[in-house]
Design a protein around this ligand. Structure first.
Ligand SMILES: [Zn+2]
Ligand SMILES: [Zn+2]
Length: 356
């Protein structure tokens, strides 16, 4: 094995370069080293490009082949094709043991900084806490189908699970980026009734229909809150999902959640979220004040056996998320790929990266 590889490195705020790096090596007994087969650029990578620490290798979504394995990793072998959780979870601390591994308390073995895996936009990556954080991929699934179990599909299912979705529930999803689209598909797969997808971009609305939305609304053309209340006889929806982390989408979600319902958000709001003005221009069935709903936020739920269940759902439930994969570029062009993603005219929903 060579000892150098190419990696996408964050230099200064917003400045990414492709550069030669040492191939990572085993540092703790629970590490594995993956040869990357497929990785992806996430919406949060744009925040990371601005905010992450210098010299971090970018990327937290990966499928790879195990090429080296720590002495404490049982059940896996070199050559295994695995997907990794995007959140770093030890599997042992109080939060992990109480079913909240995405809020793991254990800083040991973390790749660089914080709670999110990094280093995946490279030819090789070190995955810590491997016994908890990687899962073998069934032969029936290709890399693109499996990678979502480590991040966006897990978050999408989680945002509905944590809102206690019941069969037949009405769900409105504000924003149809890769995550919002996965929520649309997950709502359909989990037995929702009416699924309403909201996005200003016609291409994303079209994609939402392919993934199971009953109907799509353009917030640029209609008063979406009013429209959704009309569609639900003035009651509002059982679950209103905020799927991008913006104040306007969160306010929209607050405006359409019915009494007893839930506002469920997967957005990462950062540091400047304030002044939430809850729109309460409700029809007579809903009092014009805000009470008796649940407000839920969700990080990406992680863990080996959760990823196994999600891959089972994709495989046996015939979940087809292929419409989100609009683009694939080689690792050598990854800096261009980030640039392309900034222009909405390029109609990019999810960008896959192939190391070779
Ligand atoms: Zn991600
Ligand atoms: Zn933990």
């Amino acid at each position: 094995m060579a000892d150098k590889m190419m990696a996408c490195v964050r230099k200064d705020p917003g400045v990414l370069v492709l550069e030669e790096r040492d191939i990572p090596t085993i540092e703790t007994p629970e590490d594995v080293i993956l040869k990357v087969r497929f990785c992806a650029i996430c919406g949060t990578d744009n925040h990371a490009a601005e905010l992450a620490f210098p010299d971090v290798v970018m990327g937290h979504e990966v499928v790879g082949e195990i090429v080296d394995i720590g002495s404490g990793v049982e059940d896996f072998q070199t050559g295994d094709r695995v997907v990794a959780s995007c959140m770093l979870s030890c599997g042992r601390c109080a939060n992990c043991q109480q079913g909240e591994p995405s809020a793991c308390l254990n800083p040991e073995g973390r790749v660089q900084h914080g709670i999110v895996l990094d280093g995946c936009q490279a030819e090789y990556v070190r995955i810590p806490f491997a016994p908890f954080s990687i899962c073998r991929i069934p032969d029936a699934l290709n890399d693109q189908q499996a990678i979502v179990a480590g991040d966006i599909f897990s978050t999408a299912v989680g945002v509905l699970e944590r809102a206690s979705l019941s069969v037949g529930d009405s769900v409105a999803i504000f924003a149809q980026g890769p995550l919002g689209l996965c929520v649309t598909a997950a709502a359909r797969a989990m037995g929702a009734g009416l699924v309403i997808a909201v996005d200003p971009d016609p291409f994303k609305r079209e994609t939402a229909k392919k993934l199971g939305a009953t109907l799509v609304l353009d917030p640029g053309k209609t008063d979406v809150v009013h429209e959704i209340l009309n569609l639900t006889d003035g009651f509002g929806v059982n679950i209103a999902v905020e799927a991008v982390g913006k104040q306007e989408t969160l306010q929209g979600a607050f405006g359409v959640a019915r009494i007893g319902g839930a506002i469920s958000s997967l957005g990462v709001y950062g540091f400047d979220f304030n002044d939430l003005a809850i729109p309460v221009a409700h029809d007579s069935l809903v009092p014009d004040t805000f009470y008796h709903r649940s407000f839920i936020t969700t990080l990406c739920p992680s863990g080996r056996y959760r990823m196994q269940r999600l891959m089972d759902l994709i495989q046996y439930g015939n979940i087809d998320l292929s419409p989100i994969w609009t683009h694939t570029m080689p690792l050598t062009k990854i800096v261009d790929a980030y640039e392309m993603m900034k222009n909405p005219k390029n109609k990019i929903i999810k960008m896959g990266i192939l190391p070779e």
